[in-house]
Write a protein that binds this ligand. Structure first.
Ligand SMILES: *Cc1c(COP(=O)(O)O)cnc(C)c1O
Length: 420
C-alpha cells in the first residue's frame, strides 16, 4: 500500500525516478507557467541521463531482500511497490500538474471520470448529502443521481449561478458542493470566491471541475476551492491521444483519495503519463494560441447574420464576463454558438466545415466540432434536451492551434453553404 510521504531524505538525483513519491523538481522558486510546463516536476538529471522523462513500463517493482520489503512497509524507505500504488512516470506527471495548479498534491487517474468518481466516493459516505450545479458535466451528474444515490447518499441539484439556492440546499449532512467552471457547453462561469466562501462557512468541501479552463487560465485553489478536478484527456494532454484525469488539492484530501484509488484501481497507464508529460511541454504555448483563436472565432461568429448567439466568456456580451475577467487569465478554447435555424441547419454547418473534425472531446491541437443535440444528447427528445437547456441549433467548437484566419474563413464558407 502507498506509504506516508517521506521527509526530504538524501536521495541521489539519479535515484529520483525510483521514488514512489513525486520527484523533487529540478528547478525551484516561483516560475512562470511556460517554464513550469517545460521543467516543473522533472528531476535533474534523469536516469541514464535521459533528457526526456523515461516511461517506466512495468507492473511491479523488485525488492533486493526481505529487509528492504520490511523497511518499505515500515515507511523507512521511499520506493515503489506495485503498479496500482503508483509509478515513477506517473509521479512526474503529477508533480508537473501540481506545480502548474499551485497545489500541494496531485493524483492521476485513468480518465477524468475515474478522477471525479473516485474523489466523490472518497468524500461521501452513507447518510451524507452532496449538492451539484445543474450544468455540471453530464456524466458527473449521472454518476451522482444514478450511482451514488443508490448508496444512501442524497443528491441535490441547484441552478448554476443561483448562490442562494446553493446555500439553501446545504444540510447538516452535506459533505461536498460540486460544480464546473466554465461549464460545458455554454461556458457559464461560477464565481469561485463566492462558491468557496459558501463551502467554507458551512464546513463543506468545494469541488470544481476546471477542465475547460486548465490551470493556465484559472487556478481555483487560489480562490479557496478545496479540490480541483481535470479531464487531462482535454487541454492538458492536448493532442487527442491519451485518456487521463487528475485531482489536485491539499495533501490530506488527495491522500484520502489516493488510498481509495489503491483499492478501486482506476490508475493511469505509464505510457499515458509519459504522453501527458510530453504534451504538457507545450501547454502554455497551446493555451495562449487556443485562447487567442477562440476569441477571434467567437468575435467572428458574434457578428455573423446566421448566428443567433455565441457563448464565450471572452465576449463582453457574456453574462458572467466580469466574473470571468476577475478570475481567469484567458477564456479557453471552446466556443459554443447557436445558428438561426433548426437541427438540420446546424448539422449542415457542422458537415460543411473542412478544418475541424467531427468528434467528441475538446482541448487538443486539432479543432473539433460537434452538435451536442446529436453527439452527447442523441438519446433524448428535442423536448427533453430543451428541458436541460440543450438547443437543437447549438454547435460546440473546440478551437485548436491552427491559424485563426483559416478557421474563420472555413466557418464563413460553411455558414454560407449551409444557408445557401
Ligand atoms: C471530458 C470531461 C470530463 C470527463 O473526462 P474523461 O477523461 O473523458 O473521463 C469531465 N469533465 C469535463 C468538463 C469534461 O470535458
Amino acid at each position: 500500500m502507498p506509504r506516508r510521504r517521506r521527509q526530504d531524505k538524501d536521495v541521489e538525483p539519479g535515484e529520483r525516478m525510483a521514488a514512489s513519491e513525486p520527484a523533487e523538481p529540478g528547478l525551484r522558486g516561483p516560475l512562470g507557467p511556460s517554464t513550469t510546463a517545460v521543467h516543473g516536476g522533472e528531476p535533474r538529471p534523469k536516469p541514464a541521463h535521459s533528457l526526456a522523462t523515461p516511461i517506466v513500463q512495468t507492473a511491479t517493482y523488485s525488492f533486493a531482500n526481505t529487509q528492504e520489503l520490511i523497511d518499505h512497509f515500515e515507511g523507512k524507505i521511499d520506493r515503489v511497490e506495485y503498479g496500482r500504488y503508483g509509478n515513477p512516470t506517473q509521479r512526474i506527471a503529477e508533480a508537473k500538474l501540481a506545480a502548474l495548479e499551485g497545489a500541494d498534491d496531485c493524483l492521476l487517474f485513468a480518465s477524468g471520470m475515474a478522477a471525479m468518481t473516485t474523489a466523490l466516493f472518497a468524500i461521501l459516505s452513507r447518510g451524507t448529502h452532496v449538492v451539484v450545479t445543474d450544468d455540471s458535466y453530464r456524466r458527473t451528474r449521472q454518476f451522482l443521481n444514478q450511482t451514488v444515490s443508490r448508496f444512501g447518499i442524497e443528491v441535490s441539484t441547484v441552478p448554476a449561478g443561483d448562490y442562494d439556492a446553493l446555500e439553501d440546499a446545504i444540510r447538516p449532512t452535506t459533505r461536498a458542493l460540486v460544480s464546473e467552471s466554465p461549464t460545458n457547453p455554454y461556458n457559464r462561469i461560477m464565481d469561485l470566491a463566492r462558491f468557496a466562501e459558501i463551502g467554507r462557512r458551512h464546513r463543506v468541501k468545494t469541488v470544481i471541475d476546471g477542465t475547460f479552463a486548465t490551470p493556465y487560465n484559472q487556478r481555483p485553489l487560489e480562490f479557496g476551492i478545496d479540490l480541483v478536478m481535470h479531464s487531462a484527456t482535454k487541454f492538458l494532454g492536448g493532442h487527442n491521444d491519451l485518456l487521463a484525469g487528475a485531482v489536485l488539492g491539499s495533501r490530506e484530501l488527495v491522500d484520502g483519495i489516493r488510498s481509495l484509488q489503491a483499492v478501486s484501481g482506476a490508475v493511469v497507464d505509464p505510457f499515458a503519463a509519459y504522453l501527458l508529460v510530453r504534451g504538457l511541454k507545450t501547454f502554455a504555448l497551446r493555451m495562449e494560441r487556443q485562447n487567442a483563436n477562440a476569441q477571434a472565432v467567437a468575435e467572428f461568429l458574434a457578428g455573423h447574420p446566421r448566428v443567433e448567439a455565441v457563448h464565450y466568456a471572452g465576449l463582453p456580451s457574456h453574462p458572467q464576463h466580469e466574473i470571468a475577467k476577475k478570475q481567469m487569465r484567458g477564456y479557453g478554447g471552446v466556443v459554443s454558438f447557436e445558428v438561426r435555424g433548426d437541427l438540420a441547419a446546424a448539422s449542415r454547418v457542422v458537415d460543411a466545415c473542412r478544418i475541424p473534425y467531427i468528434a467528441s472531446s475538446l482541448g487538443g491541437v486539432e479543432s473539433l466540432i460537434e452538435q451536442p443535440a446529436i453527439m452527447s444528447f442523441y438519446e433524448l427528445t428535442t423536448e427533453e434536451r430543451l428541458a436541460i437547456g440543450i438547443k437543437d441549433s447549438l454547435i460546440r467548437y473546440s478551437v485548436g492551434i491552427e491559424d485563426a484566419d483559416d478557421l474563420i474563413a472555413d466557418l464563413a464558407q460553411a455558414l454560407d453553404k449551409a444557408f445557401a
